[in-house]
Design a binder for this molecule. Sequence first.
Ligand code: UDP
Length: 406
Amino acid sequence: MAGLKDYEPVAGPQVIEELRFIAEKTQGLQVQNINSTAVGGGVAEILNRMVPLLQELGVNARWDVIKGGERFFKVTKKFHNALHGKNEDIQPDDFTAFLETGEANRRTMELGGDVIFVHDPQPITLIQEKEQKKAKWLWRCHIDVSNPDQKVWSFLRPFIDRYDGSVFSAPAFSQELPIRQFLIPPSIDPLSDKNKELSESVIGEVLNRFGLDPEKPMVTQISRFDYLKDPLGVIDAFEMVQRRVDCQLVLAGGEATDDPESTEVLMKVRDRASANPDIHVLAIPSGSDIEINALQRASSVVVQKSIKEGFGLTVSEALWKGRPTVASAVGGITLQITHKYSGLLCHSIEGAAHAIKQLLQNPDYGKKLGENGREHIRQNFLLTRHLRDYLLLFLSLFHEGDVIHL
Ligand code: UDP
């Protein structure tokens, strides 16, 4: 696994030097990350790389995952959708089920350290241990909560308000809260299997394995099978494009252990795609990083047609690979794509179809957008920037109101 030094050629030596410099102040700091799944989705993706690199920088970082049953994850998925503004039927016993699993985790989970870093709503009730565990408690919200369902948001608020600080991915998500708020967008790891350079032969082998035609332009969306990622909308857009340009569509994704809805969505997508031989629906197991990397690199256009999005790591991944990208103008995607500069933003199925067609028909334009996109990601959304933000965040927790002298 890549160490800090390996990031010098990608991020620049001064960036690594600065990290080591800041980390002198955080030596031995114990930071416990807690989320609800070890695999699948953006949070697990980030923690997987963040934790070892924090350790290399001398932070005593660890990562624990709460336990929950099917009922709990059904409820948390409803909460997730509702916080994104989707209409969900939430009943009083859903709140009870949520609290019960929270209580069980409180009893069984070993909590400790200087900073307890809780990710997303699933483990949020652990804050009830605050009196017993004199750590600094942070709530890291990866969701676009700019327009949340009020029933869920007001249920969560008393928990959120007890944290020492909150972290949101984009300015638009910040809320009126009585606690400190930090704005820290996520990041991708340029050296991971998901994002590192791949040889043509590896890419060719993956295309072959999935039965894809290396000669036919490929449009790809990589996502968990989730309504909010709008895979059915992607198919509609693709079929509009297909009337003008001969191309193939890849919808690839796996399941996250905290997402019980994905099987149903996958079935609907398969059903919808079954009559079209140019649509490839690939259910890929977790950990298929080389495969995802290869699919993104082989794509003529990468799409992320989300209805709602927290940040949208898949967009960073595509841009980092210099891919022409079409994505909805939602959530953190607008931090990543400047329309007609580093990709094309869309607001509808027709808009997505128009943008995909434009990029397929103008490869030079797509290439320029991809180059700009890659540079934007290098400057703003690599893991090294994220590490720096987290180190400064930890420091600021212990120096509230002070000027921090580095
Ligand atoms: N991902 C994956 N396998 C899949 C689907 C997605 O490894 O089957 C990865 C994807 O490459 C990205 C992350 O999971 O790194 C998804 O993060 P994003 O922010 O795009 O969406 P989220 O799933 O967190 O809503």
